[in-house]
Design a protein around this ligand. Sequence first.
Ligand code: GRF
Length: 212
Amino acid sequence: MIKIAVLVSGNGSNLQALIDAHLSGKIVGVISNKPDAFALQRAQHANIDTAVIEHKQYPNREAFDAAMHQQLLAWDVDLVVLAGFMRILSAEFVQAWEGKMLNIHPSLLPNYKGMHTHQRVLNTGDTLHGCTVHYVTAELDAGQALTQGVLKVDLHDTVDSLAERVHVLEHLIYPQAVEWICNGTLQHIATGQVLYKGQALTRPIQFANFNI
Ligand code: GRF
């Protein structure tokens, strides 16, 4: 069985979506860099082991990442799922977990890497928006995209309404992508290639029929 660790910093609604999708049996631990993250309560409520590793207590990023790495090894983790984890990871850490670490980003990557994605979508006047599950690589928000949830931007949308609607999409596509990795539908192979049902994945699987 694949053992999953989820890294969080805040509310943890994506962690909750994974738990609600019956993946909690596979989640061996949740790490938070913030002791007051609500995500920790969600994990405890689901009887999942938690660890608080505060970045402030380490002299530099490498030392903080090394502490997380040790915890992941102690839990014998196969897959690391970033769910609102608000720290940039060192190159060493990313390399150690390459092909085994996922993130979800609130835009249709490669559009709008980085912050303030909803505002930027509104500024540009895009008609489509959404979220992307991708592998984590050293370059921010640039690893191979696996799945995307797509919605139509409404004339009346604001940053807040888009944030809310994109979150609903996230809660659908993140558990799906994790499930596909657990059951082998998605595979990261030694060459670095990603396979979907045994075939090379050339673009993310898109879910665009949500009534959101
Ligand atoms: C999500 O919007 C995700 O796209 C981003 O961080 C947010 C986490 O939200 N990476 P939550 O803590 O899971 O509610």
